[in-house]
Design a protein around this ligand. Structure first.
Ligand code: ADP
Ligand code: GLC
Length: 477
């Protein structure tokens, strides 16, 4: 098959979260199975430094009542051909979706432009895609534009598949903008707040999200954020396909970001990673052992700092638990200042056992995965989640809230085949209870090591997900 990805993130080119890991991981796995892959991405500001292939095209098209022109540039990323939609005013900004504080006001138009330009490029350059696979609201309008173009006899061989990585981001549209986006009121379902995502859910040939658990949650409110009726209407063809892990990038045995490598049969390297991280962070040796002389666990977290990730109850839980725990904690994230400020402030209160690093650093995210004894993922909701999957492979026992993809990938104690710890209610006390049970588990090293070892044996390769996507592509009408 010739499969074209429309996406707003791709690891190695632009990443703000797991969407980038997912588009790259899946594209590589589909290519490995012999399919032809083309990735279409906006040419963001950071991509102006990348070396391009010499050929390029210009395309012209109408969107609403406006006429636009743009260039399409090309590069190769690990053997996959990437076409970049270039429009300086729309995309050459330093961040993809916001200025660091507020979403760009013209996001609907920017990504409508991206979708329309991408489809016109495919049509004009005679690329016969069997499947056009869009990811999240940024690409959802391609479902509508493809139908419009097919009515004009263009791109007739293509089906549009939409993967929802996060249903909370929908990109609403005001009625007075319909015309600019080439839409009419008839395109929208009655009784649903107009958004780009809602149009994709309605009009895509096939639809999925990134775990079975989250797929089931989306059939009702509040998880569906107002779109439950649309998901229900498509229930029979709406599936959950769990994300994978790119073990080429996320394997402690080969990971180049680590001071020492390790594998399940010999965890000496993991201990070295922990010692190095504690040294780098200046965490006190006096707090590395409890009063019985036993080593205390290191808890780590790497996350976008948003409400989704559970910071509303994580911050009070940490404030309370850090006072009495025998543990150390290192976290890294970027995002909302209303959480980052208190997270930073906690360092003054607990300088011997707690650090928060505000930043986005890929190497450091690998180092934290390797150094930790436990990985914290207390998400309010989680479509799939990748860090808990990475944590399993790195022998860093995940503590997750039992929701969406977290519930599907981490088996909770006390089950015999447990790989981690769950808590159920999104509340301070439930999380503190989970943290305390992790401390107790760590003091029972033989039990801890069994849970750790089982986690390290789990396999979530993208090859498994790719098989399921191929099936979805074939079923799509
Ligand atoms: P989400 O996509 O909702 O952010 P996932 O768990 O699916 O959550 O994926 C998050 C991805 O982003 C992981 O690869 C994680 O390591 C990475 N990530 C998140 N925050 C940071 C950060 N501050 N620095 C480096 N990588 C980060
Ligand atoms: C989204 C979700 C996350 C998922 C990722 C990749 O960002 O929040 O749960 O793992 O997309 O699909």
């Amino acid at each position: 098959m010739h499969i074209v990805f429309l996406c707003s993130e791709y690891e190695g080119l632009l990443k703000t979260g797991g969407l980038a890991d997912a588009t790259r991981g899946l594209a590589q796995a589909l290519k490995a199975q012999g399919h032809q892959i083309t990735v279409l991405l906006p040419r963001y500001g950071v991509l102006y430094q990348r070396e391009l292939l010499p050929e390029w095209q210009s395309i012209y098209f109408a969107l609403g009542e406006q006429h636009y022109g743009c260039a399409v540039r090309h590069l190769l990323e690990d053997g996959i051909s990437v076409a970049l939609i270039e429009h300086h005013d729309f995309f050459a900004r330093s961040r993809p979706y916001d200025d660091g504080y507020h979403a760009f006001a013209d996001n609907a138009l920017r990504f409508a432009f991206f979708c329309k330009a991408a489809l016109c490029y495919l049509s004009e350059s005679g690329i016969k895609a069997d499947v056009i696979h869009g990811h999240d609201w940024q690409t959802a309008l391609a479902a509508v534009y493809l139908k419009q173009m097919q009515q004009q006899g263009k791109l007739l061989q293509s089906r549009f598949i939409l993967t929802i990585h996060n249903a909370a981001y929908q990109q609403g549209i005001a009625q007075h903008d319909f015309k600019n986006l080439g839409l009419t009121p008839d395109d929208f379902a009655a009784g649903i707040a107009p958004s780009l995502l809602s149009l994709g859910v309605q009009h895509a040939s096939a639809l999925n999200t990134v775990s079975q658990g989250y797929r089931d949650e989306l059939l009702s409110e509040p998880a569906a954020n107002g779109l439950s009726a649309l998901y229900q209407a498509r229930q029979s063809s709406f599936v959950g396909i769990l994300n994978g892990c790119d073990y080429g990038r996320w394997d402690p045995q080969t990971d180049k970001s680590l001071v020492a490598n390790y594998h399940s049969a010999d965890l000496t390297g993991k201990q070295q990673c922990k010692t190095e991280l504690r040294r780098q962070m200046g965490l006190a040796d006096s707090h590395a052992h409890n009063h019985n002389g036993q080593k205390v666990p290191l808890f780590v977290l790497v996350s976008r700092v948003t409400g989704q990730k559970g910071f509303d109850y994580l911050i009070p839980a940490l404030t309370n638990w850090l006072g009495t725990c025998d543990a150390q904690v290192v976290m890294m994230g970027t995002g909302e200042q209303k959480y980052i400020q208190p997270l930073k402030a906690l360092q003054q209160q607990y300088p011997l056992k707690y650090r928060f690093i505000e930043g986005f650093d890929e190497d450091f995210s690998h180092q934290l995965e390797a150094a930790g004894d436990f990985f914290l993922m207390p998400s309010l909701f989680e479509p799939c989640g990748l860090n808990q999957i990475y944590s399993l492979r790195y022998g860093t026992v995940p503590i997750v809230r039992a929701t969406g993809g977290l519930k599907d990938t981490v088996v909770a104690l006390p089950a015999r085949n447990a790989t981690g710890i769950h808590f159920v209610e999104p509340a301070e006390q439930d999380l503190i209870q989970a943290l305390k049970s992790a401390e107790a588990l760590f003091q029972n090293q033989s039990k801890y090591q069994k849970v750790q070892q089982r986690g390290m044996q789990q396999y979530f390769g993208w090859d498994q997900a790719a098989e399921k996507y191929l099936h979805l592509y074939q079923q799509a009408q």
